[in-house]
Design a protein around this ligand. Structure first.
Ligand SMILES: Cc1cc2nc3c(=O)[nH]c(=O)nc-3n(C[C@H](O)[C@H](O)[C@H](O)COP(=O)(O)OP(=O)(O)OC[C@H]3O[C@@H](n4cnc5c(N)ncnc54)[C@H](O)[C@@H]3O)c2cc1C
Length: 497
């Protein structure tokens, strides 16, 4: 008998979502990720949970409605990671006329009829806080509701939930070769060691690697796809209001500027065709300048390319090189035959619809195994067992219990771990009980939690994916963090022997 019912190659959002769905339906699951979870495109998304105004403009109304229904699901199952925000789109006559924007947003409200979020509204920016950061010529803006998500933590907590339901998650495990018969036999290089895994079905969820994994590892015809790169920049905070700004750029694209990790602003996206190794996706200087220029058309505070503190770039596949489908359209295919164990291929798609995509992908395996019904729409992710509109009250309760925490620290911990923050804070009565500090916020207790429960192995896994504290951590603290992690790893390995 095969070791597993399903082996998933790729630990991005698509892979971990499939792992969670399948494990919860009773399948024996293993997920193989060559590096860290979410290190590919999944930690470089625009972080939006939305119906997507661009899809409204393309008249894909059913798609918008389905994405807005998923937005409600995310608020229900991940209220710590997903935040409802007011999005502000300044109106000006040379792009889409104001009447058109207003009618889009009224339709957007209608398509989100079940949501408890406030409806869209017209605001006079000369007298509204939204206008404080904007250049003068804008008189009117429209506000509407949508959500932002911590994309890389979504990947991690989805994997944590998959593991809690029995999935085996292997990071640092690259699938190098596969033989296909009535079942799959996969060869992996797992932290330097050759391992063999057998499975009744395989899911190729390797994002921008999909065609090369198909061709060279699984040895099946690669899907007809093109790679697209997506880029964003991070600059110091450009505005105080808790809004996401949506700008209509002169080329017709919508550019988003959202609050990022308290002291920063994320601006994106630029996208274009991608060629090369998906492990090295770098942002071109021209794209950095493009996003700075877009922001400078609207914000009072000017930014130059030297103000960019970080760039975020990812690549993924689009199904139709001619561009008829947007990068947000995911694709799922199933291939099987006599003596050919099933192969599911899933690539692309946006964060908003990732849960649904995984559900559809796993359901395709239903003819091959007994499995229980769909379940993920109603089961909270770890730490998400509270109502989204109680987020502030929950943070207050954390501060009440662990009085030594500052407002910002309590908020960050709760946004990252939800009610599971207590697993880190434990019985601590003062800051020193949480172990050594790395920078103003990270403690030894959190690092140990991330290494023992969330597969963190290297400083970057913590500084850029499980947290974003890399933005502010001084170099000396990073070094100390590296030494602490190496020591913790050595002690855990010695303890395991
Ligand atoms: C141009 C573009 C625009 C986008 N726009 C949006 C948007 O507007 N809104 C939105 O929400 N999302 C958007 N996305 C989607 C989002 O960023 C990701 O595509 C999504 O998170 C799904 O990623 P994934 O899991 O398919 O791929 P990835 O996150 O890249 O994961 C693939 C994983 O497979 C692993 N892997 C590869 N080969 C092997 C192997 N041999 N063995 C083991 N592991 C392997 C890699 O290390 C990687 O971690 C966009 C993406 C792109 C590229």
């Amino acid at each position: 008998m095969a070791d597993y019912d399903l082996a998933i190659i790729g630990g991005g959002l698509n892979g971990v979502s499939i792992a969670r769905d399948a494990a919860g339906r009773g399948l024996r699951v293993i997920l193989l990720e060559q590096g860290d979870l979410g290190a590919g495109a999944s930690s470089a998304s625009p972080r939006l949970i939305h119906g997507d105004l661009a899809n409204l403009e393309r008249r894909h109304f059913l798609r918008v409605r389905s994405a807005l229904a998923e937005r409600d699901v995310w608020l229900r199952i991940a209220p710590h990671l997903v935040r409802a925000m007011r999005f502000a789109i300044p109106a000006h006559s040379d792009e889409r006329p104001a009447w058109q924007l207003r009618s889009w947003l009224l339709l957007y409200d209608r398509l989100a009829s079940r949501s408890g979020l406030p409806a869209s509204a017209t605001v006079d920016v000369t007298h509204h806080p939204v206008g404080n950061a904007l250049k003068r010529p804008f008189g009117t803006a429209f506000e509407y509701s949508d959500c932002v998500v911590d994309d890389s933590r979504l990947v991690i907590l989805t994997a944590v939930d998959a593991a809690a339901r029995g999935a085996v998650i292997r990071t640092g495990a690259r699938c190098t070769r596969a033989e296909r018969g009535k079942e799959w036999r996969l060869v992996t290089k797992d932290r330097g060691f050759r391992q063999i895994v057998t499975a009744r079905a395989v899911a190729n969820a390797t994002g921008a690697w999909t065609p090369s994994v198909a061709e060279t590892v699984l040895r099946v015809p690669p899907p007809k796809v093109a790679a697209v790169q997506m880029d964003q920049i991070v600059v110091r905070r450009l505005f105080d209001s808790d809004n996401v700004y949506v700008f209509q750029n002169s080329d017709g694209r919508l550019i988003f500027a959202s609050p990022y990790e308290r002291d920063f602003t994320l601006i994106g996206t630029a996208s274009h065709a991608f060629k090369g190794d998906p492990a090295i996706v770098a942002m071109a200087a021209g794209d950095v300048a493009y996003l700075c220029d877009a922001a400078n058309r609207y914000f009072r505070e000017r930014i130059e390319t030297v103000d960019v503190v970080r760039t975020l770039s990812g690549a993924n596949m689009v199904r139709n090189p001619a561009g008829r489908l947007s990068p947000r359209d995911g694709a799922i295919t199933l291939d099987y035959g006599r003596g050919k164990a099933p192969l599911i291929t899933v690539f692309g798609g946006d964060v908003t619809t990732s849960r649904l995509r995984a559900e559809r992908a796993v359901t395709k395996l239903a003819p091959f195994y007994p499995m229980s019904a769909r379940w993920t729409a109603n089961a909270p992710l770890p730490g998400g067992d509270f109502a989204w509109d109680r987020f502030d009250n929950e943070v207050d309760e954390v501060r009440e219990r662990w009085r030594f925490l500052g407002e910002d620290q309590a908020r960050r911990l709760f946004a990252a771990y939800g009610s599971d923050a207590k697993a880190i804070l434990g019985d601590a009565r003062e800051r020193g009980d949480l172990g050594p500090s790395f920078g103003p916020e990270l403690t030894g207790a959190e690092v140990r939690h991330l290494m023992s429960k969330e597969w963190a192995r290297f400083p970057d896994d913590i500084l850029w994916r499980r947290t974003k504290l890399g933005l502010t951590m001084p170099p000396a603290d990073r070094e100390a963090l590296g030494a602490f992690m190496a020591e913790f790893m050595a002690t855990s390995c010695a303890g395991a022997k």
